[in-house]
Design a protein. Structure first.
Length: 119
């Protein structure tokens, strides 16, 4: 079998170090989780989704020591990545923070509500 190499994201487009992505429906019920640091959010959420729009809650934790707390800068970085990932695949997205407190450890999950639509 051929050796398949995963595509790595460049610096400004990297998810937090050692991430865990948890996905929930709008009622907060767990759907699934991923730990791939090269996660393609658009493919993960929309590739096999039969409708033109989807609303989910995304929770992210980071086990990397270089991301000790959820600062405003780190939250904005993740929000830019979410928009970039989905816009790249021709989706529009509205992002709303579900978790309101910043400055928590990144090992504690921070959640966003995503409303994704086909452009």
């Amino acid at each position: 079998m051929a050796n398949v190499r995963k595509q790595q994201r460049a610096g400004a487009y990297r998810w937090p170090p050692r991430p865990t992505f948890a996905f929930y429906n709008v009622r907060g019920e767990a759907l699934f989780s991923e730990t791939d640091p090269s996660l393609d959010l658009a493919d993960t959420l929309m590739l096999h989704w039969p409708r033109r729009s989807r609303k989910v809650i995304l929770g992210i934790t980071s086990g990397g020591t270089s991301w000790p707390t959820w600062t405003e800068g780190r939250l904005q970085h993740v929000e830019k990545l979410i928009k970039y990932d989905l816009n790249f695949d021709f989706y529009s997205v509205s992002i709303h923070r579900v978790t309101l407190r910043r400055w928590q450890p990144c090992t504690r999950e921070f959640r966003w509500e995503l409303q994704i639509r086909t452009k």
